[in-house]
Each structure stands twice: as structure tokens, then as C-alpha cells.
Design a protein around this ligand. Sequence first.
Ligand code: PLP
Length: 425
Amino acid sequence: MELNNASAEQLAQWEHALAAEYHAIVAKGLNLDLTRGKPSAEQLTLSNGMDGILKGNYTSPDGVDCRNYGGLDGIMEARAIGAAILGVPVESVLAGGNSSLTLMHQAMTIAHLFGLDGSDSAWANEETVKFICPVPGYDRHYSVCEHLGIEMITVPMTSNGPQMDEVERLIAEDSSIKGMWCVPKYSNPTGVVYSDDTVARIAALGKIAAPNFRVFWDNAYGVHDLSDNPAQLASIMDACIAAGTEDSVLQFASTSKITFAGAGVAFMAASSSNLSGFKQSLGFMTIGPDKVNQLRHVHFFAEDNALKTHMQKHAAIIKPRFSSVLTHLESAFGDNDLGDWESADGGYFISFDTQPGLAKEVVKMAGDAGVKLTPAGATFPYGNDPKDSNIRIAPTVPTVAQVDEAMEVFVVCVKLASVRQAIAG
Ligand SMILES: Cc1ncc(COP(=O)(O)O)c(C=O)c1O
């Protein structure tokens, strides 16, 4: 289906046929949902073995009674899990509660109000505070900025990561830019893995940015590979050490999509100076994390290669769903320009760009036909996609058959909306 060179008659024929297809779908009264970027029950069940795993022994291998207060950094063996996920030394990792989003919010709040390097470094000392947000991106990152009154500047994502010429230009020109969000591996939602060059350039930002600038490196999908031969993300900490900018990056991860999304363990990795600045304020918020849950994770992943084997089980469940989405997109749009997408090899999302001006319409049409999609615009700050073209597809929760059925509907909606747009001129 090539719309650009199609005659008015051809467009009218397509519209007629697609409208009939669409009305037949509406009549089925479907109830399908591609909005939920969370693990399916089948995935969660992979970690049920954590229940009762401690068998009454609450002492960590290091000798900590995990039932008691204390240990702001988390137990050593849990920090080692975070170190393995993030590829950093255990000393630079803090193991916290169940949510990396909480750690990110805390780090942001502390950097903003109190400063990670003494009160002079607090962002709030300045009238305006800005953050760079690669788009499309993760809506909750934007909400944290909004919550703290931080202005967001968008930079487009490419298939290598954020458009770095633009990032460097903005930062060199504006010292009120205090940070940047990054989801470096299987980015939410585009699925992109940052290239080595991008990682090196992000590490070098600390040389041109304000001293209190911090990259929030949210490596939420660092071990969520779907292929046996996954793309390798370069180490941001190694790149920072090479550039002399160790203090410019804070890294985050969690086991939310490894074990239990509501009862995992979250990690933050940073330079000793950043960790110490963070903990000074953290100590006012908590006397210590849930070490019992951390110990359960330590036991669950005690054997060599346990984490890798576990993630392969997740991949076996998720992969057919991703394949279904990609197969539908390829067969409907592989030979035309009705849509663009990245072929995600991991993570939780596939991001689809319609022709400009159609995302809201497609989401509405799909909704009316019983297929719930994430609201158009959600992948942009303030919910505003200026091109109205990005749609996030989250295929992990429905069954493969449901994903298949939902994608058939999605494809018809994109085609019909595109043909109608072409007819309207
Ligand atoms: C990029 C990204 N970061 C963080 C999170 C949430 O992580 P957590 O459950 O550890 O708070 C998500 C969840 O979808 C995510 O996509």
C-alpha cells in the first residue's frame, strides 16, 4: 500500500475495503489491552521459589541479621546482584527498597533541594532548572521532573540513542541544564541500545556541563535480552573514568521485571562522592531497606549463572509476543511509509510512529474496536507529542493469541487512518 502515488479512485477503494474490515472488527466486541508494561502472571510465577526460601534463617552470608534496622547501603550480597546487573564494582552500589523509580525520585529530590555535593550544589539555588529528556521516553521520568518543577527539554532519539550533537549543543549553551534522563539499553519505548560512541559522548558531558549536572542512567532493562546474541551496552562508568567525569552519572536498575514487580530490589550505582551525598539525606528518610527481601533475592540467585538462566525463561515467554508484533508490522508496513519502528531485541516495548498527525486517531480507533493502547502523547513530556505520531505497544501481558488479534486490529486502524488522511489531503 503506497499512498503517495495512489490515484483518488484507488484511495477511495482502499478506504471502502478497510472501513468494512474495521466495522467487522468493531462488531466482534473485542476486549484486548496492549497498554501494560508489566510482567505477565506467567513471568511472575518464575520467581515464586522465593517464597519461604529463607526457611527461618535471616542471617546474611556476611553475618547481618536482616530482620533488624540498619544498613543504609543494603546487604553486601544483594549489592553484588546490582553490581552484576549494572557491570560495576560492588562498592559503588547501594541496594534499596523495591523500586528504582523511588531511588530516582529520591536522588533527584536530594540533588535539587540539598545538593549531592553540599548545599552549594543544590539545583534549587538557581532560578530555573532544566533537564534533557530524549523522546519518545518513559512517562514516569517526566512526571518526576514535573513534580519538582524542573523544565524539560526534548531531544529526539535515533537508532543509536539520543541525538548527541543536539545534547552537546544545548548543554554547552545553557548551564541551567542540570541533568538528562537515559534508558540506555532497550530504551523505553524505542527498544534502542545506545551505541558505544553515544555512551562515550554522554560520559564526556560532565566536561562541558555545570559541575552539578547529573545523567540519570536508568538501566531498567540491562539484562532483559530476547536474543541469544544480545547487543552489548558499553560501560558508562568505564567511559566516565576515561573522561574524568565519574561524578556526572548516577545509575539505576531493579529486579522489578526479573523477580516481582511489586517486591523486587532496586539499585543505585554511583561514585563514592555521589553515594555519600545521597546517603546523607537518605538517612533522614529511612533507617534501612527491606533486607529480608534482599536476602531472599540473594538465596534465589545464589547459583552460578542463576540470573542468566532466569532471564532466559523470561525471554522464552516474552519473545513470541514481540515476534507477533514485529511480524504484523513488517508484513503491513515493511514495504511502505505508513509507519516506522525499531526492531526491539529486548525490554518491554515496541514503539511505532505513524505518519504525522495520526497517533491520537489510531489510538481512538483501536479503542473503539476493543483494543486499548497507551494514550498517544504519553511518551512525551507534558503528554505532548508535537508530531502526534508515536504509539507505545506493550505486548508482555496478553497471551500470544491476544497479541496477534490486537495487532490485526492495530494494522487495520493505522491503514484506515492513513488512507483517510491521504484522501483529506
Ligand atoms: C525505564 C524504566 N525505569 C524504571 C521503571 C520502574 O522501575 P521500578 O519498578 O524499579 O520502580 C520502569 C517500569 O516500567 C521503566 O520502564
